[in-house]
Each structure stands twice: as C-alpha cells, then as structure tokens.
Ligand binder design. Structure first.
Ligand code: HEC
Ligand code: HEC
Ligand code: HEC
Ligand code: HEC
Ligand code: HEC
Length: 479
C-alpha cells in the first residue's frame, strides 16, 4: 500500500470533512488496535472510578477492597490507558513518515482553526484527567492512612490489634498517628515498609504473632508527645482493683490505691511521681539482654541535680558481641500497650462476676469459667461451637441438679466467656492469653513485666544502693 492508497482510503470514509495529517494521527489513536485498547482502558477506568468515588463518599458500600479498587487499581489503569494512547499515536506517526508524508505537514499550526480545536480539546481533556486523578489521589492517600485500611485490609494479620484498639482509650486516634507520625521522611519509610508488609501477606511469610515490642517504632517524642506532653501534672489517680477467689465468688478483695502519676508540680515547679522518668532534665536508659526487654542488666540515670548513676544486676549476663543496645526510656517502656490492650483471664472472669454477667451464686462457676476460657481451641470456630456446651458439661459433672437449676444462667455465662475469648485470642495468629502483656504495674512481675524489671532492689550501684521497691514511692492509700 502506498501513502496515496492510505490517504484515498481514509478520504473515502470522510469525504465531506477535510483532515490534515495531524487529524489522521489523532484519529489514528483509536483506529489502531493499540490506540483502541488505550481509549477503552482509560474510559472504563474513569467511569468506574467516578462511580466508586460516589458510592464511597455516600457510604453505600463498606468494603476495603472496593476502596482499594477505586483508589489504587483504577487510577493505575487510567494512567496505563493514558500512556498507551500517545504510544499508539507515535507508532501511527512513524507509519506516515514511512510513506513519505513530509514533516512540514505534521507541525502544529495554531493559526489553522482545526489544529487549534484539537489543541484546545487536548488541553481540556488533560486538565480534566489530572483533576480527576488529583481528587482520587487525595482520597486514596487518606484512605491508605485510615485505621479502617490498616485494620481491615490485611484482615487475618491486623484483626487482633484492630479489635483491641477499638475498645481502648485511643479508639478514635488513627493508627498512623502512633505508627507513622508527622513528616515526609517517616511517611516514605512507612509506605516502603507498608509495601514490604503487603508482600509478606501476599506470600504468607509474616510472623505469627507479630512480634512486640515493635523494633523500629517511631520514638514516642514524635508520636505520643504530639498529643500528650510530659510536663502535664496528673497528680494522683485513684484506681480500684477487684479480685474474687475460687473459694469466695461473692465477696471480693478490693485494693484501692492512689497512684502518684505526678508530672511538673505547679506548686513547687519540680518534677515528681511516676512521670519523673520522662521529665526534660532526667534521662533513664537501660540495657536489656532479650528482645522482649524484660531482662534488664543495667540501668543508667542522669538526675536533675547533674548526678549520674549506674545500677547493675549482677546475675544477668550481657552477651558478648550480641547486638544489645542501650535504650532511653520513654512513654512506651511503661505504656507499651496504650491501645492494643489485651486482657488476662482472671481479670475478665472477675469482671463477669462483679457485673453479674456470670452469676456468682452458681457453685464452682469461677473455676469452671477459667478452665473453659484457658482451654486451647484450634480455631475460633471450634471455640464458638464448644465454649458454652463445655461450661455446661463441667457444671453438670459437678452437680446435675444445680446445673439444671441454673441452666439459663450457665448459658449466659458461657456467652460472656465466648465474647471475652473472641476479643483476646486468635489461634490463626498464635495469639493466646498473655502473648502481649503490659508493663504498667507489677501484677505480672514473675513473667518479667512491669516496673519491677528495675524496681527490684537487685540492681545495685557502686555504693550498694538499689532502685527502690518501697510501696509508697508509687502509690499509697487514698485519703
Ligand atoms: C496510641 C498509639 C497507637 C495507635 C493509635 C495504634 N497503635 Fe499499634 N502499637 C502502638 C505501640 C506503642 C505498639 C508497640 C507495642 C509494644 O512495643 O509492645 C504497637 C504495636 C502494634 C503492632 C505489633 C503487635 C502488637 O500488638 O504489639 C501492630 C500490628 C499494630 N500496632 C497495628 C496497629 C493498627 C492496625 C492500628 C490502627 C487500627 C494501630 N496499631 C494503632 C501504638 C499505637
Ligand atoms: C492523636 C492524639 C494522640 C496520640 C498520638 C496519642 N494519644 Fe494518648 N490519648 C489521646 C486522647 C484524646 C486521650 C484521652 C482519651 C479519653 O479520655 O477519652 C488519650 C489517653 C491516653 C492515656 C490515658 C488512658 C486511660 O486509661 O485513660 C494514656 C496512658 C495515653 N493516652 C498514652 C499515650 C501513648 C503512650 C501514646 C503514644 C504511643 C499516645 N497516648 C498517643 C490522644 C492521643
Ligand atoms: C515509668 C513509667 C511511665 C512512663 C515512662 C510514662 N508513664 Fe504515663 N503513666 C504511668 C502510670 C503507671 C500511669 C497510671 C496508669 C493507670 O492509670 O493505670 C500513667 C498515666 C498516664 C496518663 C493518664 C493520666 C490520667 O490522669 O489518667 C497519661 C495520659 C500518660 N500516662 C501519658 C504518658 C506519656 C505521654 C508518657 C511519655 C511522655 C508517659 N505517660 C510516660 C507510667 C508511665
Ligand atoms: C528501666 C528501669 C525502670 C523502670 C522499668 C521503671 N523505673 Fe522507676 N525509676 C528508675 C530509676 C533508675 C529511678 C531513679 C532511682 C534513683 O534516682 O536512685 C526511678 C525512680 C522512680 C520513682 C521516683 C521518682 C522521683 O520522684 O524521684 C518513681 C515514682 C518510679 N520510679 C515509678 C516507676 C513506675 C510506676 C514504674 C512502672 C510503671 C517504673 N518506675 C519503672 C528506673 C525504672
Ligand atoms: C515502682 C512503682 C511501684 C512500687 C514500688 C509498688 N507498686 Fe504497686 N502498683 C504500681 C502500679 C503502677 C500499679 C497499677 C497497675 C495498673 O494500673 O494496672 C500498682 C498496683 C498495685 C496493686 C493493685 C493491683 C491489683 O491487681 O490488685 C497492689 C495491691 C499493689 N500495687 C501493691 C503494692 C505493694 C504491696 C508494694 C510494695 C511491696 C507495691 N505495690 C510497690 C506501682 C508500684
């Protein structure tokens, strides 16, 4: 075919409109198969994107995958389509050269009204496309930063943390406020590590459970202290702890303590109390020999008066050459579970008895509830099937008559236990009771958690003084 053939062929179909070579090229974009593919991909992507955006904005669909499609996959499709079109046009242009159409004809001539129309049309379309991409990009950026995205997309992996988060004091604080924080550098780091995580989920190579403490968590100075500040004077806070016993399910032991949280005391201007560790002229740092930071070999302190001290626990050996690092104490070393708060079985069963969701009149119900809740179930489904009937069974073994008499109450107790189980245990992620523990007090000091990691009267300085465990240092009886 010669160039004349092509021209005459195209003239046949467009006899009444005269087209310059540019017209041919631009039209050629959707005359060639490649150009057509580009146009179809772009049009379909834009249309679906607009529908997805409207549906999402009106809140009609509550599905993270629909949002991923709208804000991530479709914009990529649109850009791909938009990239294909000029490539198709370029290839078509080459064809024209091949058939000897002179270069002159292919220049844009703005004084030609047809050329002008094409150029204006092209600019208008480009502006519209970029406007759409900008809006979708902005929404997509917010979407990938939302707690909903973090918590729901990688459902199996994040479900435990998301569930615990939703019942915590920070349930309205976005994941990114603590896990990324402000600033472009951390934003980029987070997106890169996010990609790595997506890859780990896609290839099923993530750790179960997700290890804590999080090694590369951004320092609390940049996250927590964005909303809280260490100087804030909290003074004392009264807390009441209620414990039952298998032998006495009715009359609890009640411990009422006034915690000296402290801060900068406005009367004396001095830092005092528990928050003394994070005051601006104090630095407490420590050397832990395990990843969980429960075995603390050495503690250093710089006090406001300029004195420094090092306390050493001689029976903890610091391994040679291992990458054990000194860590400056911050909020996370006490508040390690500010939002992913997991309960312990006794705590919840005792709460059940206190709130009467477990009827305390039923003999042996505390012991049986603990047995049922602590049992290892292979899956959540198995737990959902077995928990209520297992409790009934244990009670029947105790005494058939009483089990009959209290049948309804036992079932109600079983429902409560199932609820507690579902909020705390994830067999698929190997998360059981006590997988994630907190450092705030000393209730689990035996397992290496809490204040007594340092306040154990076993870390000694050169003079033989220790870090005190004097009860009244941290709390006393409320007045
Ligand atoms: C108030 C701050 C805060 C918020 C909000 C927050 N996290 Fe965390 N998160 C933490 C801290 C602190 C740790 C580290 C715990 C540790 O070191 O023991 C952590 C740990 C984790 C871990 C590691 C496993 C674990 O439980 O220790 C995952 C996964 C996680 N967060 C996911 C999320 C997701 C998903 C959200 C939002 C739904 C979220 N986080 C919201 C502070 C927060
Ligand atoms: C985006 C702001 C924000 C960030 C970031 C944040 N918090 Fe909070 N935090 C709050 C708010 C708001 C409350 C009060 C919630 C309430 O009382 O309803 C709160 C409450 C708390 C409480 C009291 C909990 C209780 O039992 O009442 C602690 C402790 C705390 N935050 C620690 C932390 C730590 C540790 C971090 C960093 C890992 C952190 N917060 C990051 C906003 C934030
Ligand atoms: C030495 C351990 C320790 C450190 C470090 C620490 N806290 Fe606390 N904080 C506590 C304890 C203990 C409480 C009382 C806990 C409770 O209510 O059960 C508390 C309570 C709080 C409260 C709630 C106060 C109230 O009136 O209810 C907030 C908010 C808080 N801390 C924020 C922070 C922030 C932010 C940091 C870091 C700048 C920080 N804490 C560092 C131990 C610590
Ligand atoms: C990493 C080690 C470490 C941990 C963990 C730790 N502390 Fe301390 N704490 C110290 C050191 C060191 C001192 C200062 C001892 C000295 O000056 O002789 C101190 C001092 C204190 C003081 C006295 C502050 C003052 O006004 O002088 C209080 C109160 C206190 N700690 C409470 C707590 C509580 C509550 C926890 C747990 C939530 C806790 N600490 C966890 C190391 C630690
Ligand atoms: C280094 C600080 C510190 C010292 C020293 C300390 N406590 Fe505590 N204690 C705490 C904190 C913090 C809590 C609150 C934990 C929480 O909020 O869950 C607590 C809670 C308690 C509770 C209530 C917990 C429960 O489950 O009933 C009792 C009881 C208690 N302490 C007794 C003592 C006794 C007795 C001593 C002296 C041997 C002592 N504590 C020394 C920090 C301390």
């Amino acid at each position: 075919m010669s160039a004349d053939d092509i021209n005459s062929k195209e003239k046949e179909s467009e006899v009444h409109v005269h087209k310059g070579p540019w017209g041919h090229i631009i039209r050629g974009m959707w005359r060639t198969p490649l150009g057509l593919i580009g146009v179809v991909i772009t049009t379909v992507s834009i249309t679906l994107m607009i529908i997805g955006f409207i549906v999402d904005t009106l809140g009609l669909v509550d599905n993270p995958y629909a949002a991923i499609f709208t804000y991530m996959i479709l914009p990529a499709g649109m850009m791909l389509g938009l990239a294909i079109i000029p490539i198709a046009a370029f290839l078509r242009r080459r064809q024209f050269y091949k058939f000897g159409i002179s270069k002159e004809h292919l220049h844009i001539n703005l004084s030609d009204h047809k050329h002008r129309r094409w150029v204006i049309g092209f600019i208008a379309l480009t502006v519209i496309n970029f406007a759409i991409l900008a809006i979708i990009g902005y929404e997509g950026y917010h979407f990938t930063d939302s707690s909903y995205f973090c918590g729901k997309v990688c459902h199996t992996v994040m479900d435990p943390e998301y569930t615990a988060y939703q019942r915590s004091p920070h349930a309205r604080v976005a994941c990114v406020e603590c896990h990324i924080g402000p600033g472009a550098q951390w934003f980029v780091r987070a997106k890169i590590s996010g990609l790595r995580q997506v890859l780990a989920v896609a290839t099923d190579s993530f750790s179960r459970p997700v290890p804590a403490p999080v090694e590369h968590l951004r320092p609390a100075r940049d996250t927590c202290e964005h909303c809280h500040w260490p100087e804030k004077f909290h003074g004392k806070k009264i807390k009441i702890f209620t414990h039952f016993d298998n032998d006495d399910q009715v009359n609890p032991e009640v411990n009422e303590i006034a915690l000296h949280i402290g801060g900068r005391n406005p009367k004396t201007d001095a830092f005092e109390g528990i928050h003394w560790h994070v005051s601006n002229n104090v630095e407490v740092s420590y050397l832990a020999v395990d990843k969980k930071r429960t075995q603390i070999a050495k503690v250093r302190v710089k006090r406001p008066d300029g004195t420094e001290d090092e306390f050493v626990k001689s029976d903890i050996e610091v391994p040679e050459g291992e990458d054990v690092e000194w860590r400056i104490m911050d909020c996370i070393d006490c508040h390690n579970r500010p939002t992913h708060v997991y309960d312990m079985p006794e705590e919840r069963v005792d709460f059940g008895l206190l709130s009467k969701r477990i009827n305390p009149e039923i003999p042996g119900i505390r012991e049986d509830s603990l047995t049922v809740i602590r049992k290892n179930y292979a899956t959540k489904d198995e737990a959902n099937e077995q928990i209520v009937s297992y409790l009934l069974e244990l009670q029947t073994q105790r005494d058939v008559e009483t089990a009959k008499k209290y049948e309804e109450d036992i079932k109600r107790a079983g429902e409560f236990i199932l609820e507690v189980y579902n909020a705390n245990v994830w067999p698929a992620m190997n998360i059981g009771w006590g997988t994630y523990q907190m450092h705030l007090g000393h209730q689990y000091a035996d397992e290496g958690y809490g204040c007594f990691r340092c306040h154990d009267e076993e870390h000694e300085n050169a003079n033989g003084d220790t870090i005190t465990q004097d009860c009244s240092l941290c709390h006393d009886e409320p007045e």
